[in-house]
Design a binder for this molecule. Sequence first.
Ligand SMILES: [Zn+2]
Length: 282
Amino acid sequence: MTRVGFRWLERGSCRHPEVMTMAGGSLCSVDFPALVGVIEHPTRGVFLFDTGYDPAFFEATKPFPERLYRWTTPVAIDEGQEWLAWLAAHAIDETSISGTIISHFHGDHVAGMRHLADKPVYCARAGLTELRKPGRFGRVRQGLISALVPKRADANARFFEDAPAQTLSSAFAPFEEGRDILGDGRLLAVELPGHCVGHWGLAFVTQEDQPVLLAADAVWSGRSITERRAPPRITTALLGNTKAYRSTLNLLSEAASNNGDLAILPSHCRASVKSLCQCDDT
Ligand SMILES: [Zn+2]
């Protein structure tokens, strides 16, 4: 695989009891960052993997039933994480952003889509279809806030399911195949079923020759992978499919133990930021 630049940066955070994210975890609330991948393609600009939180989240969760999301998952965004301040803090030129790659449509992954809806949106058709289904209560129960993704983004969607299949290198085994979303073999979307409908990760190799699998919410922490500790059934069944979730966790765990060089990065694992060589430490 040819290589890309990569940074793994925080944009907002939320609090959950740890036990909801990993069986046997603490009952205490733990701070979970929302991490955004900044992928610098050598010729096609910058792609964001998810958007993290955004002040738009507070607007969108003012009415009921969307307010339930905010009550059950308290969110924090500091001033430095507002869109323009966040871009400036990380020296990202807004005009250089060529598109977003959305792992799935939970609010903490798409809250910033209002800034990016006019650019190509690489995502799962299954996930976007679920987001647009009627029934606000049903959507909120699944962690979906439709208003966070402006309708005009739908016209800019490029679906993973339609991209050509490409065999992954052995560095990602036992994962075998990805979808070549840009058509040049650099960014391969990998389906990681179970967390919710239309949940995908992204495989690539960095300029430092580091194979990376962005695992989104297939797990909440690296510890879950090494210890093969899934969240309790009540969490996985509420949002997605428990059997598929556990099967994906087993594959991630196998990949981690087979390939010492592979960085598997869950979207809410602060330790995963430290596991990478970052160009800035913020
Ligand atoms: Zn999620």
